[in-house]
Design a protein around this ligand. Structure first.
Ligand code: IPM
Ligand code: MG
Length: 360
């Protein structure tokens, strides 16, 4: 039996989570395994109920389980709160830190059925299959920050960017390992022409290369990488980045595939993995059965693969998603002329039925 802590969160979070749970039920039946799910509150909805976006009970539930499945947090309703009470800085970042999930894995794959959904030309994105490995618990997002009043009436702000050799090494090893299992190419992204942290980053990553002879390592400056990603994205296999660069580049990468509603993520490195779609809470479409549940369903597939070592079941879910897309089913974010429109509930149901039946 695997214990899963489920954090629906805000906006479309509860809807996409319900979709993923429907698919996990199908996996239970097929694979003869039992998932014990326990829901806990996070984000703005937790703040509304308990006065904090990350209640202690939620933290405990996340620390004492086999994996955490998260929907999304945040929304305009909570944007004006002091920073420590906001869903993002007050819940999501501390949760990642507590779980010590230092590596965020964001696979970006173009589903062949969706080749026309990208804003880039078909020949640029066809066959695209890359993964961003983003450092997730260090760097600017976690450094000391402060404001000071200046004598001239203005303010001064200080943000600190810290990385240690050990922090760089552990996430780099994760990326090298991933490249070994894929096409053997690792692009380490930095800004070594300007930042000292990037120079250390480059040194540490280079020092490890000898231990992974099958992997071809290249270093790329982040500005060039942003350009290369829209110029010729198929050159990339595994991209390794520090926290902020990976935040930015993974959003950019998501658009190569047409919809951010398709992309899952896994945050690994601690005792318990955290799985969440890379999209946000989309408050504008919440509660309307419009959200695309596929990113969360694919995040659940990553959970099967990385936390439960259920490779076959993970592949089954991924194939089921592929098959439903091939049949022409689309949620509104990926709708194209001549395709069949499905709501959140129906889309999840279609995938679940395929999982129950096995290969179609
Ligand atoms: C992401 C998000 C978060 C991040 C925000 C919501 C704090 O953008 O998961 O990429 O920056 O990590
Ligand atoms: Mg982001």
């Amino acid at each position: 039996m695997f214990k899963i802590t489920v954090l629906p969160g805000d906006g479309i979070g509860p809807e996409v989570i319900a979709g993923a749970l429907r698919v996990l039920q199908a996996v239970q039946k097929r694979a003869g395994v039992e998932f014990a799910t326990r829901e806990a509150a996070i984000g703005g909805s937790a703040y509304d109920r308990f006065g904090t976006p990350l209640p202690g009970e939620t933290q405990q539930a996340c620390l004492h389980c086999d994996a955490v499945l998260l929907g999304a947090v945040g929304g305009p309703k909570w944007d004006a709160l002091p920073v420590h009470l906001r869903p993002e800085a007050g819940a999501l970042l501390p949760l990642r830190k507590q779980l010590a999930v230092f590596a965020n894995i964001r696979p970006t794959k173009l589903h062949s059925a969706l080749a026309e959904a990208s804003t880039l030309k078909r020949e640029v994105v066809a066959g695209l299959d890359l993964v961003v490995v983003r450092e997730l618990t260090g760097g600017l997002y976690f450094g000391d920050k402060r404001r000071e009043e200046l004598p001239d009436g203005g303010q001064k702000v200080v943000e600190t960017l810290e990385y240690s050799t050990g922090e760089i090494e552990r996430v780099a090893r994760m990326a090298f390992g991933m490249a070994q299992k894929r096409r053997g190419k690792l692009t380490s992204v930095d800004k070594a022409n300007v930042l000292e942290s990037s120079r250390l980053w480059r040194e540490v990553v280079s020092d490890l290369a000898g231990e992974y002879p099958g992997v071809e390592l290249e270093h790329m400056l982040v500005d060039n990488c942003a350009m290369q990603m829209v110029r010729h994205p198929r050159q990339f296999d595994v991209l390794l980045t520090e926290n902020m660069f990976g935040d930015i580049l993974s959003d950019q990468a998501s658009q190569l595939t047409g919809s951010i509603g398709m992309l899952p993520s896994a945050s690994l490195g601690g005792q318990v993995g955290l799985y969440e779609p890379i999209h946000g809470s989309a408050p504008d479409i919440a509660g309307q059965d419009m959200a695309n549940p596929i990113a969360t369903i694919l995040s659940a597939a990553m959970m099967l693969r990385y936390s439960f070592n259920m490779e076959e079941a993970a592949a089954l879910v991924e194939q089921a998603v592929e098959a439903v897309l091939e049949e022409g089913w689309r949620t509104v974010d990926i709708m194209q002329p001549g395709m069949r429109r499905a709501g959140t509930v129906q889309m999840a149901g279609l995938v679940a039925e395929k999982v129950e039946r096995g290969r179609s």
